[in-house]
Design a protein around this ligand. Sequence first.
Ligand SMILES: Cc1cc2nc3c(=O)[nH]c(=O)nc-3n(C[C@H](O)[C@H](O)[C@H](O)COP(=O)(O)OP(=O)(O)OC[C@H]3O[C@@H](n4cnc5c(N)ncnc54)[C@H](O)[C@@H]3O)c2cc1C
Length: 347
Amino acid sequence: MVEKEYIIVGLGIAGICLCEQLSKHNKSFLAIDSGVKGSTAKSGGVFNPTVLKRFTAAWNASGFSPVAVTFYKNLSGKLGKDFFVETPIFRIFKSVEEQNNWSVASDKNELRQFLSSEFLKNKNPSVDAPFGFGKVLGTAQIQIDILLSEYRNFLFKTNNLVAEVFQYKDVVQKENGVIYKNISAKKIIFTEGAKAIENPFFPKQTLIGNKGEYIIIHAPELKMETLLKGPVYVIPLGKDHYKVGATYSRDDYSLDPTEEAKEEILSKLKSFINCPFDLIMQTAGIRPTTKDHRPLLGNLNESPNLVFFNGLGSRGFLMAPLLSEILFNYLEKETPLPKEIDIKRML
Ligand SMILES: Cc1cc2nc3c(=O)[nH]c(=O)nc-3n(C[C@H](O)[C@H](O)[C@H](O)COP(=O)(O)OP(=O)(O)OC[C@H]3O[C@@H](n4cnc5c(N)ncnc54)[C@H](O)[C@@H]3O)c2cc1C
């Protein structure tokens, strides 16, 4: 029998943050991941502490943001790959009214650090933005492919990762721990994203899948190096390729790209880009969202050794680093979970 303190099921951003917490505190663990692309792999990789529809701060932005920035910088250093690229978001203004709303918002305490009070004029002939841009600070583009592949390689090399689909039927719950196949552990932590709805131990009613689709375009004349936010995001991928999206479709767990989403993204894109482009591909992923837009952490009373870290919704990159610390302190130091993120609130 192999003995570990923790088994982590799933290696998206939640699993990565948790593995890092456990390593930091010298706790032994084994991660199990199927290798099937989850929400993290399909995401835009935008690190953004604000809500750019309404010019407000994201929930607890000033708590999540500094912890996350330090986390990603440290992890970049550890992996020797700079996947956390700090870059502003240029938010296209639709009208003078929006400019005024931005000015008011940028003067608020919680937003001053994120919304620059200075307006930018558009100098890009391929972009239609007659009212200019607001510049969002403290934002970054996370190069997801690099993060995910480098972290997997790192765990493989240190013998901390098994690439397989976790078999729920092989879980044996004991009073002081769990056994999974030939591994005995104190606890299993499920960081499975929207796939958790297939987990028989997970309370399914707590999660609402929200499908998001992106297209990837090749636009040699666009020449954008920063993140651009109009009715959709334009995210530079290098070599004149851009990710454009995303859509939102509630309670949808299917992964097939749809014609409807493609048309929606194209029509929104053409409302602020006037240069030619080729459509290269379309992708779809499922956001693990919840009714109250708050994460799901902790365990159920009937199975104390099966723990969940889920419900990251559309803000996984912002929230996962601090939430993994909170979960660690709950598990190792018996620090109670704040009610608003405790999975038990939903039962
Ligand atoms: C289209 C789209 C765009 C998005 N854009 C952004 C963005 O720009 N910024 C942002 O912050 N957030 C964004 N999000 C949200 C973000 O992706 C999620 O909040 C976050 O990635 C969820 O991470 P997770 O680790 O919980 O789940 P996931 O990333 O889904 O990871 C779960 C992992 O578990 C594995 N797994 C599941 N079940 C099993 C099993 N039984 N056995 C083995 N392995 C298993 C999966 O293969 C996967 O690797 C976006 C989401 C979508 C869909």
